[in-house]
Structure formats: C-alpha cells, structure tokens
Design a protein around this ligand. Structure first.
Ligand code: ATP
Length: 754
C-alpha cells in the first residue's frame, strides 16, 4: 500500500469508528447496524438503501460530513473542497439537490435551490465585489425574473436569460437616471424609454445600448425632437418641435449627437461578476474515477469504504460511472481496466468510416457546369464588391418591392461595370439586393470573406442532387455556403415572404430557419435558359466530421432512404423512418429549442409554407479506432466505435467556458443520442422506443427547404394522394396541419436530458 493511500485509510478508519459510535448513540433514524467491532475488514457496512451518517476525507484533501446512501452523499451534508469552496445543504444520490449554500474562497456565496449540482430554482448570489442577485436560476444561469443590486449603487429588476439581461427590465443608475424597456444579451436593445435625472427622456428604439432607429427626445419643458437616430451623424435625421405655447425655441441649438457623446456616457450598465467556477463543475472525491484510483490497493466494501490489506487482483464495485443511478456491476482488474466481457450488454459499437471524404465533385474545367460556375462567381463579385450606402437595419418597404431586381450584362470583352471574362456573354440578375446586403450584415457575414468563399480561386463542388426536387446543390470550398438552384415559383415565394422573413430573423437571432444570403439569376445571352439560385448557409460547416445526417419532416410516406444499407455513408441523407435515435439536450437548451421551433413553425405557418424539414447532422464524440469482430467473424480495425455516454460528460461540455463560446442553438450542441427501436407490430411508429443505449454526440441542425407554399398543385397532390394513403402520413397537408405534425414529431425526437 502506498503511503498516500495508507494515510487516507488510517484517517478514514478513525473517523469511521468515531462516527459509527456517535451514530449508535444518538441517531435513531439510521437502520440498526453492528458497531461493536472496529476491524474494518470485518465491518458489516450499511446495506443497500440504508441511510447512514459518515465523515470521509479524500486523498486530495476534500472532506464530506453528513448523510450517505448507497455510497453517495444523500440527505443533508457538508462538502469542503481543498481549494476552500464549501457546499452545505441537501443532497440526492451524490448531487447537490434541494436547498443549500455554496461558498467560494473569494467570499462569494450562493444560497438557494440546487438541482443535480446546478444552481437552479430560486436563489441569491452575493459576489465578492458586493453585488447581490435575487431571483430565478436555470442551470447555473440567472434566468427568469430577478433583481440585481450592483456594488456601485445601480440596480436592475427584470428578465434574465442565460446569465444576462434579456426581455423587459428596469435599470436604475445611482445618479438618478432610469431605463424601462427591452434588453438583449445584456444590453439595451429593442424599444424603451430612458429618463435622465433632470427629467429629459428618450423614447424609441435601441441597439447595442444606444438609440438607433426611430425615437423621440423630450425635454421637461415639453419641447421634443423626433427622428431617425444613429451614432453616425450622417445617418441622423429629425425635426425639432418647441414646447406648445412657447415662442422661444429653447433647444434649437441642441445637437442629437450630444446624446451619444455626453448623456449616454453617464448611463453605462455596470458589469456583473463572473462566476469563476460553477458548483456543478466541481469534482468530488467520491466521483467514481478518483474513488477507483485511490482504492486500487484496497478492497471496496459494499458501501465503498476502503478495507485494508487484501491483495485481490479483481474486485467488484456496485456503482457504474453512470450517475443516472442505473447501477451496473462492472468488473475492474488490478490496473483499473473495466473488463470487456463485463461491459453492459447494450453497448454496440456504431460503425463509422475512419475518414470522411469531402462531399461532392469539384467543378473544374471540362465539367458540364464549369461555365455556369464562372458566371456565378463573376456575378457575385460584381454584386457584393460594388460600394453601397451605409447599412441601416430599418429597411424601407421599397427595398422589398418585387420590382427591385437589376440586370447586368456581362459581355466577354468587359464593359464599364464588368470585367472581361473567358465565357460566353450572359446576363446577371440581383433580386432585392439591399435586403440581402442587410441580411448579410445581420448574419455578421463580412463582404470580403463572402466573396473569397464563393469567388476566390477555389472551385465550387457540385453535390449529387441530394433532394427530390431536381435542384442542384453546390458547396463552397470552405463549406461555409451552399448554393441551390431554384424554380421560378420558389423565387416568387422567397420574394413574397422576404419582409416577414427579414423581420423574423431580425427578431430571433437564434432562429433555426435557413439563412439566405443572396438571390440571383444567370441568363445565357441568345438562349431562354435561366438559372435561378439562392445562396444559403451550410448547416454542417464544422471541423467535426458529420457521421450521420437526417432530414426529418414528421411524415412516413416515402420517408426512408432509397439506398441499400451497404451504400449508406455519412453523406447519405437519411429520413424519418431511418431515424434510430432520440436526441437528449440539456434542460436549458431543450427549453430554448422548443421555444424556437414553435416560433419558427408559427412563422412558416403564417407564410403558408410547408414541406420543410429539420436537417440534423450528428457527430459521435471521441470515436476511436479499435478492433471489432464483424458479423462474419472477421476482425476489422477500420471501424470506429463511439463510447457510451455519461450525463456528466455533457454537463462538462456545456459548462466548459472554452466549449461554451462555440455553442449556439443548432450549432455545435452537445447532446446524448439514445438509440431507439421500432416495434415490429406497430407499422406507423415514427419514433421508436428508447433503449437506454446512449452516445455522446455533437449535433447541428436547422430548418431547411422553406420555399414551398401551399399552392394549387399541392392541393391537387393532396387530394390525389389522400385517396390512396392515410392523409396525415403524406407530405402535402395544409400548412397548419403540416406545422402541427412537424412539431409533434420533432418534440418526440428531441427530449430533455434528465
Ligand atoms: P426534397 O424535395 O427532396 O425535400 P429539395 O431538392 O427541395 O429536396 P432540400 O430539401 O432543400 O432539397 O435539400 C436536400 C438535401 O440537401 C437536404 O436533405 C440536405 O441533405 C441538403 N441540404 C439542403 N440545405 C442544406 C443546408 N442549408 N445545409 C446543409 N445541407 C443542406
């Protein structure tokens, strides 16, 4: 036995004896047990399901005193970490759960509700800088309604989301200024009124903490200025109106820029303290891996306490790493390896290719669409490279006019506005260019990067027509953008819904609907042939290999891949009936997901759109090459098997600050994919039954194909198909039914991880 371990053992033995004695005298709630003898090896530990009191000191200096159940803190107890953090309160199966108090060595304290280790429910936080927050928490974040009192004397009362002010809220500055209105991502954004201590006020729209867009500045004397506000003086415009009955235009000399330069300078929102380490991120001495490590020279008694001496090479342990409480018996050898024959029965390796090749065929010289690609690149360079006026997010309705389309001729020899080029003469059309330019700004696409992706030296790749519609799809070399050819009717739908689309994506930053960046048309001179196309974001632009992709609509008719199983690879788009997973998201993300799917579906329904899909890409985390035996008895080393998920692993990802920054709804989202199986007796079962077999995955998803409206042809299709099939199982139902069916299905495929 090494000295470290024997040290722990001695201390533990003494404490154990003392605590057992104490227990036998004073604590009648514990089940009776023998405490007369103190030889640990002989100790009959508490039986399964038996609550007992104990104090344990772990090898790293952490200590826990309190109640235990099945080898885990349970009931009331106090855990002190070696770095000075302390939790005292209620526990459930090793997780802080119920009411408790967590204190950091900095002096910061959280007191309130905990759920599964997270600060969650009602609670108050007092920072080391003196700030206090009282209100709602969700998974370590201030989320819901709450009040913050800042150390500088300012205060905020209102809505919070993901740790920052978002929604409606009132901010009071110590110097007497007040704001009442909307917030987003911790800054004033939306509509609201700021009243300065002298009684003057600004009432209107805000962006990034400053007046932006329409607004009125009012003086206490009744005079006011109405206009369109901007930090950029060249974009500011408005009119001053003196107070009623006053002949003296008291503030005529006043400059709106004064608001930005001086008055807003006094209205800075106080930053709040960053919580250095969340309670849920703290490792605990009784966590399985460390417990296991320190016990490798001793034997674990039934309650997990060390017993002395015996030199067994294998011992059993009644709790798996899985903190979900589904205890499984694993056999562990003297080196701490879990023996494979004892692996839980339900771990089946998922077969994945070692390397995933880039999708599509590069369009090089000689390719049938080489010229089209050149035209497209010339056209984009022309449209995007052209200088334009400064972008104002408040677009005039004229920008959306369907007549807002501009033809440019591209003769091979070049013209005043176009460069010479090697292909035949063609014409290029831009639809609503100002709207798409503003959309690119809204989606934070830099014009130079956009041009480089599409029109740089690298060729596009043509995908082998993934959809049924006959559209062609192209990917940029860097995978950022996808170009889809469109029918005239689809262009019409996009133009028709553009104002609503613009408002939707502007209001809901996390929308899942496809991001459109440009709409164009190429017409070869001398022919009637027009190719219309839209440029959109590629949902799977990521460094993670996408191992599986699913296009989900919620209907069953024709919703399986036509490929034989042997040809299915990571580029195959699988469909509803091929789906064999439920995706479990952390509660916070699941709530966000449901909210956003509802908003997006409401929007699509209002626009009478149907036939859209939720496209989901799945990356299996930490997949590794390892030998496995295939069905025909051969050993194959080409195969990659992801490992079984642990709930804690997903938690770690979600709250690891470096990972956190890259996660957004639908992008880079940690989740657990639980394998499902369909009952064979149940034909219409779209979502199979969960099996308990879970994998750590990262998922990417979004709503695609949103340009099909419920036109006459769909009505006809429906009438025709309804004669032969169950009308709710086919794709073409009216937009309301479509949206309902889609949501019902999606909310079964995605679930809360719990
Ligand atoms: P169908 O009529 O069969 O639904 P379609 O020809 O209208 O198809 P889409 O549904 O838009 O085409 O897309 C077909 C496939 O192309 C999708 O299933 C997906 O694999 C891929 N795809 C489409 N849009 C995107 C995107 N934005 N990002 C990544 N992949 C996409």
């Amino acid at each position: 036995m090494n000295s470290e371990c024997s040290g722990i053992f001695r201390l533990k033995s003494r404490k154990l004896q003392a605590s057992l004695k104490k227990r036998s005298k004073s604590n009648s709630i514990f089940a009776p047990m023998s405490v007369a003898h103190v030889d640990d090896e002989e100790l009959p530990g508490p039986g399964p399901g038996e609550l007992y009191q104990d104090e344990k000191v772990f090898s790293n200096g952490d200590m826990y005193t309190g109640e235990w159940l099945d080898n885990l803190p349970h009931g009331h107890g106090k855990y002190s970490w070696n770095d000075g953090c302390v939790y005292e309160g209620q526990w459930q199966k090793g997780k802080t759960m119920g009411n408790g108090k967590f204190s950091w060595p900095s002096g910061a304290i959280y007191e309130g509700n905990f759920k599964k280790g997270y600060m969650d429910g009602k609670g108050s936080y007092t920072g080391s800088n003196g700030e206090t927050y009282r209100g709602s928490w969700v998974m370590n974040f201030k989320h819901g309604h709450g009040t913050m009192n800042y150390p500088n004397g300012d205060s905020y009362e209102g809505d919070w989301r993901r740790g920052v002010q978002e929604g409606n809220g009132k901010y009071h500055w110590k110097n007497g200024h007040n704001f009442v209105g909307q917030w987003r991502n911790g800054v004033i954004e939306g509509k609201g009124t700021l009243t300065w201590a002298n009684g003057n006020k600004f009432d209107g729209f805000w962006a990034d903490g400053l007046p932006q867009g329409q607004g009125t500045y009012k003086w206490v004397d009744g005079s006011y200025y109405i206009g369109s506000w901007s930090m950029d003086p060249t974009e500011q415009s408005g009119t001053y109106y003196p107070a009623k009955g006053s002949s003296v235009p008291g503030n005529i000399e006043w400059e709106p820029q004064h608001v930005y330069r001086v008055e807003m300078e006094e209205c800075k929102v106080c930053p709040h303290e960053k919580i250095s380490m969340f309670p849920s991120q703290k490792a605990m001495g009784f966590d399985a891996p460390s417990f296991h490590k320190h016990s490798s020279t001793g034997r674990l008694s039934i309650d997990g306490r060390l017993s002395n001496g015996s030199n067994m090479s294998t011992y059993s342990w009644d709790r798996s790493y899985d903190s979900s409480g589904n205890g499984r018996r694993h056999s562990i050898d003297a080196f701490g390896r879990i023996s494979l024959d004892q692996m839980p029965r339900n771990i089946h390796p998922i077969l994945l290719p070692k390397t995933i090749k880039k999708q599509g065929e590069t369009i090089s010289k000689g390719h049938r669409n080489f010229e089209l690609m050149l035209n497209l690149q010339l056209g984009i360079r022309h449209s995007v490279g052209r200088p334009g006026p400064p972008i104002n997010l408040d677009l005039k309705s004229s920008a959306f006019d369907p007549k807002e389309k501009f033809w440019t001729r591209f003769p091979p020899e070049g013209s005043k506005h176009t460069p010479p080029h090697p292909s035949c003469e063609f014409k290029w059309k831009d639809y609503c260019p100002l709207v798409f330019r503003t959309l690119r700004k809204l989606f934070k696409v830099d014009a130079a990067d956009y041009m480089l992706s599409i029109c740089g030296n690298d060729a596009l790749r043509e995908l082998s027509s993934p959809g049924k519609s006959g559209s062609f799809f192209y990917l940029t070399h860097d995978d950022k953008y996808m170009i889809k050819t469109m029918k005239k009717a689809e262009v019409k739908v996009l133009i028709r819904m553009l104002p609503a689309y613009y408002n939707h994506v502007r209001t809901f930053e996390d929308t899942l609907v496809t991001r459109f960046y440009g709409l164009h048309c190429v017409k070869l001179t001398g022919t009637q042939k027009k190719v219309r196309f839209v440029i959109m974001g590629n949902l799977f632009c990521t460094e993670h290999a996408i191992h599986r992709r699913f296009d989900l609509k919620g209907s069953s008719h024709g919703r399986t891949t036509e490929k034989p199983e042997s040809e299915i690879d990571p580029t195959t788009t699988l469909k509803d009936l091929d789906l064999n997973y439920i995706f479990r998201l952390q509660r916070f993300w699941f709530q966000e997901f449901c909210r956003q799917v509802d908003r997006d579906c409401d929007f699509l329904e209002q626009e009478r759109i149907m036939d859209y899909s939720l496209l989901v890409g799945v990356h299996f985390r930490d997949s590794c090459v390892r030998p496995i035996t295939t069905a025909d008895g051969k050993t194959n080393t080409e195969l990659v098997a992801p490992r079984l998920s642990r709930v804690d692993e997903t938690d770690r990802l979600v709250f690891d600050p470096s990972e956190w920054a890259s996660i957004r709804l639908g992008i880079n989202m940690p989740a657990r994919a639980e394998v499902t199986v369909r009952r064979t007796d149940c034909e219409a079962q779209l979502v199979g039954d969960p099996t308990g077999e879970c994998y750590d995955v990262i998922i990417f998803f979004g709503i695609i194909d949103i340009l099909q409206d419920y036109d006459i042809s769909k009505k006809l299709e429906h009438a025709y198909k309804a004669i032969q099939y169950d009308p709710t199982a086919i794709s073409a139902v009216d937009p309301k039914q479509y949206s309902k069916r889609f949501r019902d299905f999606i909310f079964k495929v995605f679930a809360e991880d719990g």
